[in-house]
Design a protein around this ligand. Structure first.
Ligand code: HEM
Length: 423
């Protein structure tokens, strides 16, 4: 925990084999590493090499000029305007989730549901439709070949947190991962190529991220496959959690009938609700999907005026910074959505913290999460639909949900809920 940052927020410690490491705590140190000198720091090669096996050379994996170039090409697909157009997809899939859960409860009203199972499926469906323009329908038990391979791949790969470990897999597992990754690449390649030719022939006007990238004409077929794999991983693995006990919020949940009208501006409504947005922000603050991220100095550089030799390993720890009492106050570990609402009842950007760098869930700067708007819009829709439809409580009120996980954080034993449809 970052209780006593030293040296302008740079804390020195010894890691594996007594190696020198730095922990970044202060806003000024974070600003230097994430924004001002972002390209002096890279993802450590062992984590890049490990993830590259699965993701190819997508945005997450590239560095330096290649990253700058790719990021510029991909940015427009994640612009505010495009994400706004995707809200109806997020909303429709959120309603679908509620319908599937209601059907389960109708068959067995007392049933305890592991909500992680449903959030995994709806997340895949959303990244399928909004990311790739592909109707995966895993909520409706469709056997989509891409998803079957993808699930196999995720279940086989249980790597160490990439920023910490060295990424070696036992050779048998390595072999199987190679086969699944090969399958995935082939399926993504075929899908991308088919979509490209359909778009040429039928002037298909998809609003999904992939369509926008294809229309830009900036990507080779192989380039598209790498980005596709990255979006699947980033959109899916960061998200399998999120919906929790938000009873109070139902009182401000939107009118579902109005929202199902195709002319209704879902985006503006969902973005304007203060309490639901405050709840989403507070969940993102306390439970960042990527709890720790590492950077390696790729040249001699400085942070807050301190000399940092090439090869120094630095850690950014969203889990700790987002909960730091020095930044968030004495209730920093508590779930207090109200901290995101100002005196006039509007949702604030910073949750009462003094600096942007108090909230690191999506990081900041040129290597921040390009999917932040996508992720936030998806979450708003899911939370609004779900809490508008169900009263929730923990199946065992005494149970403590234990956070854990590897690359991304999630409740280690799932979250079992008792749900009751709102009358
Ligand atoms: C709650 C959901 C999400 C969280 C908390 C999250 C968080 C992050 C973080 C912390 C990074 C930086 C990783 C690092 O440099 O160490 C990142 C990068 C990235 N994210 Fe997300 N992400 C989320 C959802 C998404 C979604 C839905 C997409 C795409 C559809 C996405 C696409 C990406 C990509 C492409 C990068 C690499 C950006 C770059 O290096 O320039 N993310 N994300």
């Amino acid at each position: 925990m970052l209780k006593q940052p030293e040296n302008d927020g740079l804390t020195h410690f010894h890691g594996f084999l007594h190696a020198d490491r730095l922990l970044l705590a202060s806003p000024a140190a974070l600003a230097d590493v994430l924004v001002h000198r972002s390209y002096d720091f890279e993802k450590p090669p062992w984590s890049r090499n490990f993830l590259r096996k699965f993701l190819g050379d997508g945005l997450l994996m590239t560095e330096g000029d290649e990253h700058r170039h790719q990021r510029k090409q991909i940015m427009p697909a994640f612009s505010f305007r495009h994400i706004k157009e995707l809200y109806p997809v997020f909303w429709a899939e959120s309603i679908e989730l509620c319908e599937v859960v209601k059907r389960e409860l109708w068959e067995q009203p007392d049933k305890v549901l592991d909500i992680g199972h449903f959030s995994t499926m709806v997340t895949l469906d959303i990244i399928g439709l909004a990311g790739l323009g592909r109707d995966i329908s895993s909520l409706r038990n469709n056997n989509d070949v891409l998803i079957e391979n993808y699930k196999g791949f995720v279940s086989r790969v249980t790597p160490p947190i990439p920023t910490m470990g060295h990424g070696a897999l036992p050779s048998k597992l390595n072999e199987r991962v190679k086969v699944t990754t090969g399958n995935l690449k082939r399926i993504c390649g075929e899908f991308g190529a088919n979509k490209k030719s359909r778009m040429k022939m039928e002037s298909e006007e998809g609003k999904d991220i992939l369509s926008i990238m294809i229309r830009s004409n900036n990507f080779s077929d192989d380039g598209l496959v790498d980005q596709l794999l990255t979006f699947l991983a980033a959109g899916y693995m960061t998200y399998s959690r999120i919906i929790s006990t938000l009873r109070k919020f139902t009182t401000t949940s939107p009118d579902r009938k109005a929202l199902s009208d195709p002319d209704f501006d879902v985006a503006t409504l969902l973005e304007s609700l203060p309490y639901p947005n405050a709840v989403c922000n507070e969940v993102l603050r306390l439970f960042p999907s990527i709890p720790v991220s590492a950077r390696l100095a790729s040249r001699d550089t400085t942070v807050c005026g301190h000399f940092i030799p090439k090869g120094t390993l630095l850690h950014v720890v969203p889990w700790a910074t987002n909960r730091d009492p020095a930044l968030w106050g004495s209730d920093s570990e508590k779930f207090v959505p109200e901290r995101w609402i100002d005196g006039s009842g509007r949702c604030t950007m910073n949750g009462g913290a003094d600096s942007n760098y108090s909230f690191l869930t999506f990081l900041h700067g040129p290597r921040n999460c390009i999917g932040e708007r996508f992720a936030r819009a998806e979450m708003r829709a899911l939370v609004a639909a779900f809490v508008g439809e169900f009263k929730m409580r923990m199946a065992d009120p005494e149970e403590k949900v234990r956070p854990g996980g590897r690359i991304t954080s999630k409740p280690i034993d799932g979250i079992r809920l008792k749900l009751e449809p709102v009358a």
